[in-house]
Structures are given as structure tokens and as C-alpha cells.
Design a binder for this molecule. Structure first.
Ligand code: GDP
Ligand code: MG
Length: 223
């Protein structure tokens, strides 16, 4: 048992060293790095598609997309004009910093203004890994239920931004955004919680303004 704990500790240490190197590289390049975490189907790729469309070429946006298999999401993002790279994890349920390092070494990758890391879809493992990002954003969609922050507290405690997605479905579901917000705020009083809908665009202006502010503040800090 103590050997397993020792191996885990060493794995996390090498991950954290790699994440620190990535963070330094991103700061030098003036690149804002945002990690997206959620269950499958909560709307991560849709959020990215709409974010790219919102900025309409004014900012250079790239994404590393994690899936166990397929390149479906890369094609979706390339279609809207983003620079997108697949990280097929070959069965692993999360990114680690080394995979992000490999992703940004892909042929054709150029440091963008904003780099999104769409992690492999689940609310468990991605909570434990530092990827060198500026912050984690967790998405909770209305069909998943407002109890998920209580069941998966680590990711909701560590994410600086929580997006409540698919708000256009509220009239069809018993989901209570107020209760979801209460659960998240109890775990993470500093989290910024934003209800959004990709169907009618609600919340996207706030989301994109937040990205612009964070990019500006990162660049003024590192200059
Ligand atoms: N009604 C509704 N559907 C959405 C919304 N956002 C995403 N979807 C749909 O949810 C499904 C999964 O979205 P996707 O972005 O692929 O989720 P991901 O697995 O987290 O990347 C797709 O069919 C989307 O069209 C939303 O705000 N409202
Ligand atoms: Mg996706």
C-alpha cells in the first residue's frame, strides 16, 4: 500500500514540474490557457465552437481536445476556423501535463491568444491534475441534475468558473439553477457561476468578456 502511495506521489510530482514549465512557457507567449472539464455531452465542444464564432478572428484561438478515441471534435472546431489538435489518450481518463506538452508540439501548432484544453469527459480524474492552465472551468448541464457538485466535490471546489449549460431546457426539466448555484457556492465561495445556453446565446457575452479580461490581465502581469 505504501509503495502505491509513493508511486502516485512521484507521478504527481513529475506532472507538477511539467505543468510549471508549461505555465512559464504560456506566460512568456502571453497565452491564456483555459481547461474545460465536464461529463460527456455537457456542451464543452459546443461552447468552444460558439466562442470561436463570437471572437470571429479577432483573437487567435487553439484547442487541444481529449477523447478516448475519434477526431470528431477536432473536425467540428476546424470547421469554425479554430486551430484544433486531438489528444487521443488511448484509454486514459484525463490529460496530464506531459500530454499537453505533446499536444503543443504537434506539427502546425502555433501559440495562440487563448488555448483551450478540452479534457477527457468526466468529473473525477481531471480534478487532480495541474495542466499549466490559468484556470479550470467546469460545465454542469441542466439534464445532469443539481446534485452533481455534491457528488463530485473536488472538481467543483477547484474550478474558478462554473458554467451551468443548456439553460434553454429548463422548462422541460426539474433542474433548479438556484439549488445548483447554492451547492457550488457552498463548496467554492469564490467560483464565478454563469448560466448559459448555446441555443439562444444567453451568457456568451459574459463568458467571452471574462476571457478578454483574463487575457488582458495575464498580459499586463507578464509585461
Ligand atoms: N439544448 C441544448 N443543447 C446543447 C447545448 N450545448 C450543447 N448542446 C448539445 O449537447 C450535445 C453535446 O454537446 P457537446 O458540445 O458535444 O458536449 P461535450 O461532450 O461536452 O463536448 C450536442 O448535441 C449539442 O448540440 C445547449 O446550451 N442547449
Ligand atoms: Mg467534446
Amino acid at each position: 500500500m505504501s509503495e502505491i502511495i509513493e508511486v502516485r506521489r512521484r507521478l504527481h510530482e513529475t506532472n507538477d514540474q511539467c505543468a510549471a514549465e508549461l505555465r512559464k512557457m504560456f506566460a512568456e507567449a502571453g497565452t491564456l490557457v483555459v481547461e474545460l472539464v465536464s461529463s460527456p455531452g455537457s456542451g464543452k465542444t459546443t461552447l468552444l465552437e460558439m466562442t470561436v464564432e463570437y471572437f470571429n478572428g479577432q483573437l487567435r484561438i487553439a484547442a487541444l481536445l481529449g477523447d478516448i478515441a475519434t477526431e470528431e471534435d477536432v473536425l467540428r472546431l476546424q470547421e469554425v476556423g479554430a486551430s484544433a489538435f486531438q489528444i487521443v489518450t488511448g484509454g486514459a481518463c484525463h490529460f496530464d501535463a506531459h500530454l499537453v506538452g505533446a499536444g503543443i508540439s504537434s506539427p502546425g501548432f502555433e501559440m495562440p491568444d487563448i488555448l483551450f484544453l478540452e479534457n477527457v469527459s468526466n468529473l473525477v480524474c481531471p480534478a487532480s491534475y495541474d495542466l499549466g492552465a490559468d484556470f479550470k472551468t467546469v460545465l454542469l448541464s441542466a439534464p445532469e441534475g443539481e446534485d452533481k457538485p455534491l457528488k463530485y466535490p473536488a472538481i467543483f471546489s477547484r474550478a474558478a468558473v462554473c458554467l451551468l449549460t443548456k439553460m434553454d431546457l429548463l422548462s422541460h426539466l426539474p433542474f433548479s439553477p438556484e439549488m445548483a448555484i447554492e451547492h457550488i457556492a457552498r463548496l467554492n465561495p469564490d467560483a464565478l457561476i454563469l448560466p448559459i445556453s448555446a441555443m439562444d446565446g444567453d451568457g456568451f457575452e459574459e463568458w467571452c468578456s471574462l476571457l478578454e479580461r483574463e487575457l488582458e490581465s495575464k498580459r499586463s502581469e507578464s509585461s
